[in-house]
Design a protein around this ligand. Structure first.
Ligand code: G6P
Length: 608
């Protein structure tokens, strides 16, 4: 949510800032703006809506000579998505942009109004600009003014700040919200995420909470809120610029679905040794799995659905009780965890605010934290005792696909390794399991190749406004993800239901206008699922079944049938998700939706 970019260096950067903002569109936003030094003043251009609106407003400014500027995409919280509320916000000497929420802004605003400041927006952010300006006038020192203001601001934030009297300098501040510094030759960058600067440099620093960076063309210095200097080693991005480009696909989402087989290989291969699932002792030691008596999984959105898959896998193979909690709900009650609990936190971005806050609560109870994260060095990774990374490269489309698939692949590996170290799975059985696991990339690739079949199904289902997904146990977990994918990107209302529960009320909603997608991949539950699908057929619903090969003959009565390749029951969510993703994708495409940036949604949710 919200994207921050900044540049200082030899290039003329007005266009660069706009292009950098485009690489962060995936984060979700509803207005955009830039501010840059030109001819001794700070020029600001802001526009509600898509970046294209900002670009149109910038037409005459795109080639102006400027070597330092900041840019922002805003996801509205305080005040609607208007030109005035877009960032950067300015005071007499200061212009700044902000990701996060200033909780005590009303109190600060009252103080500043009393001091004669006039507010032009409804945002919480404008108070920070005026407060820094107030202290700048008092001290005449840019950094000191920022620090004094920070000591008064309560809330979550990352800031990028420029001062009229100091062209060629950006002060970057990070508290809760992510901020990176891209380190170039004679130029430096500030950004919420790597795609904004990967075209220019692969060297970067991750700012940590409580750090301030002073960014100039040929130097970057870091201090804490008491001005103590901080030294840190740069990191190097391990993927290429092309990974953050569409590469000929019409949408990132489609590209990312197609990348799933290689992401699965990259994620799983380093965790297989001599044909057996084995984690590096540093990322996940065996004793942690052996000693686990009960597990709580904390996550949001699709990552929570990956948590559901993890629950069924671990409970089945390891006989260990697993609770899956939506992170925001977990936060709302006193936690019942102790130091004996293992908490698994799942997050693609590693920055989801609710997940991070839930992690901290669990940690405060003494629980051990294992996280499954995609973004290296992210907040969740840093706060965890152990981190297992999913190696999928950047995921740009708001609706997650390849990262979800990598998360559930890791979950099978954790379940299998846990069963082995607890003595519930023999070495031979683990070897067989591992061999089947390593077949997944190929099986997934065979499904991705069947895209035209799924597109044809999308044509049949795109006209409906309501849809039900049904499944039992692991298929129910997979249904939740299928349903979320569809509603996120196509705006079709859908519900995922535990199939046995349907007749307790909701079957009354089934009509010939409400089709049903049933998942039938779990061997012991197939007959029951078939009965449930017969029940909805009897209510005239159009029915699509996505099934394991052994269920095919039982399902001749359904309208549409997708037969998956054969795999053991535990691994089927990795297969069923591919048609679910591709059908949703093509339904959304047929309905003309903005697939990579669905309305109101954000990739990285950094507000509560
Ligand atoms: C947002 C995204 C979802 C994602 C969820 C959790 O809602 O749109 O795709 O599943 O956040 O994000 P995380 O980065 O923690 O996995």
């Amino acid at each position: 949510m919200c994207g921050i970019v900044g540049y200082v260096g030899r290039r003329s950067c007005a266009g660069l800032l706009v292009d950098a903002l485009k690489t962060l569109e995936y984060r979700g936003y509803d207005s955009a703006g830039v501010a840059f030094f030109h001819d001794g003043i700070i020029e600001t251009v802001k526009a509600a809506g898509r970046i294209q609106n900002l670009e149109s407003k910038m037409e005459s400014r795109i080639d102006v000579e400027t070597h330092c500027g900041i840019g922002h995409t805003r996801w509205a919280t305080h005040g609607g998505p208007t030109d005035e509320n877009a960032h950067p916000h300015s005071s007499e000497h200061i212009s700044l942009l902000h990701n996060g929420i200033i909780e005590n802004y009303q109190e600060l605003k009252a103080f500043l109004i009393e001091k004669g400041y006039t507010f032009l927006s409804q945002t919480d952010t404008e108070t920070a600009a005026h407060l820094m300006d107030y202290y700048y006038k008092e001290t005449g020192d840019f950094l000191e003014a920022v620090i004094r203001a920070l000591h008064e601001i309560r809330g979550t934030y990352a800031f990028g700040i420029i001062c009229k009297d100091e062209p060629g300098k950006i002060i970057c501040v990070r508290q809760e919200n992510p901020l990176l510094l891209g380190l170039g030759e004679g130029e430096n960058f500030m950004a919420s995420d790597i795609p904004a600067f990967i075209k220019y440099t692969k060297k970067y620093l991750v700012m940590e909470p409580g750090e301030i960076a002073i960014l100039e063309a040929d130097r970057v210095s870091l201090v804490d809120f008491d001005k103590n200097p901080i030294e840190k080693e740069p990191l190097v991005v391990t993927w290429d610029y092309e990974a953050a480009e569409k590469g000929g696909y019409p949408h990132f989402m489609l590209k990312e679905i197609h990348e799933t087989p290689s992401c699965l290989r990259a994620t799983m291969s380093p965790r297989v040794q001599d044909g057996l699932v084995r984690f590096d002792e540093k990322e996940l030691p065996d004793h942690l799995l052996r000693d686990a008596r009960s597990i709580t999984i904390l996550a949001c959105g699709s990552a929570m659905h990956a948590g559901m898959v993890t629950k069924y896998g671990i409970e089945k193979l390891c006989r260990v009780k697993v609770d899956v909690e939506v992170a925001s709900e977990f936060r709302g009650r006193p936690p019942l965890l102790t130091k004996d609990d293992l908490v698994i936190v799942i997050s693609q971005s590693g920055e989801t605010l609710d997940t991070l806050a839930a992690l901290k609560m669990a940690r405060a109870c003494g629980a051990k934290i294992l996280s499954i994260v995609n973004v290296v060095g992210s907040s969740i990774a840093r706060e965890s005792d152990y981190v297992v990374y999913t190696w999928t490269g950047p995921e740009i489309a708001v609706a997650t696909t390849k990262a979800y698939s990598a998360q559930i692949a890791i979950s099978y590996m954790i379940a299998a390794r846990m069963a082995f170290v607890k003595g519930l799975m023999s070495e031979e059985a683990l070897r067989d399991f591992t061999a089947e696991l390593m077949m997944l990339p190929e099986l997934v690739a065979s499904l991705v190749e069947r895209e035209s079949e799924f597109r044809a199904l999308a044509e049949q289902y795109c006209k409906y406004e309501d849809l039900f997904f049904l499944g039992r146990c692991l298929d129910y977990a997979a249904s939740l993800e299928g349903s979320l994918k569809l509603k996120e990107i196509s705006y079709i209302h859908s519900e995922a239901y535990a199939a046995g529960e349907l007749k307790h009320g909701t079957i009354s909603l089934i009509t010939d206008d409400v089709p049903v997608i049933g998942l039938v991949t779990q061997t012991p539950l197939m007959e029951k699922m078939v009965s449930n699908l017969r029940e909805v057929t009897a209510r005239n619903a159009r029915v699509m079944a996505i099934c394991a090969p052994q269920a095919k003959d039982l399902l001749e009565f359904v309208d549409d049938l997708v037969v998956l390749p054969a795999a053991r029951d535990e691994l089927m969510p990795s297969l069923s998700v591919i048609p679910l993703q591709l059908i949703s994708y093509h339904i959304a495409a047929l309905r003309g939706c903005d697939i990579d940036k669905p309305r109101n949604l954000a990739k990285s949710v950094t507000v509560e």
